[in-house]
Design a protein around this ligand. Structure first.
Ligand SMILES: Cc1cc2nc3c(=O)[nH]c(=O)nc-3n(C[C@H](O)[C@H](O)[C@H](O)COP(=O)(O)OP(=O)(O)OC[C@H]3O[C@@H](n4cnc5c(N)ncnc54)[C@H](O)[C@@H]3O)c2cc1C
Length: 435
């Protein structure tokens, strides 16, 4: 049984079903019926890709795997039982012989006044859809207002956290809101939408190759993004954001990309953790529980290429760890020998929108259109499905203006920052048809 169908869980399920060829029952428990290709979410928010393009059907691409829709909330390691709530609020439970925990991560919170109430994260589809609509709405409300202060506040967007998520959101966001403003007669004479990207670190993309930081910094500043390093938020209100240097930025948009923390399900297990991630050995097994495996963002996997460290929370590692977990599950059932997880980073790609990207495939630094082409090519190859649809959207975006409409289906209260399940929009109790 695999809990969580993200990069780690999806690849584990696929590798196991190929290896088992029907000799084992493989159950995948996930709240939704799709694998979310998270790295392209900023393109959904910027109206380049339609949301279903980054949602790959689980049943359609994982023959031989039984999908159970549900959100796990309890694991009884002695009884080998997982309890869950299904999308219609019904309780269920499943027993297992082998368990692979791949529940990923959720938005990281910081104890800053007002942030939980006024900021929105960027970890799941509902948040990306909310942000897309929100940007369109703010630009339209600004265009309809006669008050210059309101116009300025509504066209000011603050992104906190300049890791790859925040950097990509700001890079795509500024291009999107510029195109919306150009289409809006009320904003033809200004103001031009303003984007701020803040980080407490001294450079963008902290933790990645400095050459990527320089490229991202140059591209974003060139687009007019106000990049503020060494800066954080002191307080957030409904009217704007107070920075730690005392400046108040009037804005209706605070996008919280300060990072992620492991899914809270892990904490509830009562097993050793490292910064919230479940401790496992190099074979991805939970010590003392040879039948339980964990990997991806939710697990602290020893990084054999950097002794003493754990592997970073990236799709690159999660995907490969999922395959190794599948191999080791099979080995634990008598097929093959267990293998330790070892992978040296192959570089990183940060999509900056337009034709720009900052990339270092195999640690060769690239920028400009070449990096953009390599990044898009990589994403197409890495996606387990929907490739033609994604490529078609990219082609359409190259020749047509962006669609500046908001459907208003995701409201702010349904995408709270503090949630254990950013993958599902919160609904008022009973409004989904449940009793
Ligand atoms: C906007 C953005 C851009 C990114 N870009 C990149 C990039 O370019 N390159 C890169 O390497 N990494 C990138 N990352 C990081 C990467 O997406 C993660 O490291 C990766 O998704 C981790 O994979 P995972 O399988 O551990 O978790 P996830 O992919 O998050 O999957 C977790 C799965 O578990 C499910 N789940 C959660 N809780 C439960 C539960 N209680 N019960 C059942 N199921 C549950 C979730 O619904 C989800 O399907 C990006 C992240 C974000 C947010």
């Amino acid at each position: 049984m695999i809990v969580g169908a993200g990069f780690a869980g999806y690849n584990c399920a696929r590798a196991l079903s190929r290896q088992a060829k029907g000799a084992a029952e493989i159950v995948l428990l996930n709240p939704l019926d799709y694998f979310l290709y998270v790295p392209l979410l900023p393109e959904v928010a910027a109206a380049i890709l339609e949301p279903r393009r980054v949602a790959v059907s689980l049943t359609g691409t994982l023959p031989g795997v039984r999908l159970v829709l549900g959100h796990a909330h309890g694991i009884d390691l002695d009884a080998r039982r997982v309890t869950y709530t299904d999308p219609e609020e019904r309780e269920g439970s499943l027993t297992y012989d082998r368990l692979v925990l791949t529940v990923g991560s959720v938005n990281k919170l910081l104890p800053i006044p007002g942030v939980t109430e006024h900021a929105h994260g960027f970890r799941g589809m509902p948040e990306a859809l909310y942000l897309r609509d929100h940007m369109v709405r703010q630009v339209e409300l600004a265009g309809a207002s006669d008050d210059p202060a309101v116009r300025a506040a509504r066209t000011t967007f603050v992104v906190v956290g300049a890791g790859y998520t925040g950097t990509e959101v700001a890079a795509h966001g500024v291009l999107f809101t510029d195109s919306l403003a150009r289409q809006n007669v009320g904003l033809r004479d200004g103001p031009r939408p303003r984007w701020l990207l803040l980080d407490v670190a001294d450079r963008l993309l902290p933790g990645l190759d400095e050459r990527l930081s320089h490229t991202a910094d140059r591209v974003l500043r060139g687009r007019g993004v106000d990049v503020r390093t060494g800066t954080s938020v002191k307080e957030a209100t409904s009217e704007g954001v107070l920075l730690d240097d005392g400046e108040f930025i009037a804005s209706r948009s605070l996008i919280w990309c300060v990072g992620v923390r492991p899914d809270p399900l892990v904490e509830g297990l009562g097993l050793p953790t490292d910064k919230g991630r479940l401790c496992v050995d190099a074979y991805l097994t939970v010590p003392g529980h040879p039948e339980v495996f964990a990997c991806g963002d939710a697990a602290a996997v020893p990084d054999l290429t950097r002794p003493g460290e754990v592997t970073p929370m990236t799709a690159q590692h999660a995907q490969r760890q999922g395959k190794v977990a599948a191999h080791n599950v099979a080995a634990s059932c008598g097929r093959g020998k267990p293998r330790a997880y070892e992978h040296r980073d192959l570089g990183f790609m940060v999509d900056l929108g337009g034709v720009q990207a900052a990339a270092n495939p195999l640690h060769v630094p690239l920028s400009g259109p070449l990096a953009g082409a390599v990044t898009r090519g990589y994403h197409l190859m890495a996606m387990p499905g929907n490739r033609v649809r994604v490529a078609a959207d990219w082609l359409l975006d190259a020749v047509l203006p962006r669609q500046g409409v908001h459907l208003g289906l995701v409201s702010p209260w349904s995408v709270p920052l503090d949630t254990a399940s950013p993958e599902v929009a919160r609904l008022p109790r009973g409004s989904d048809g449940s009793t």
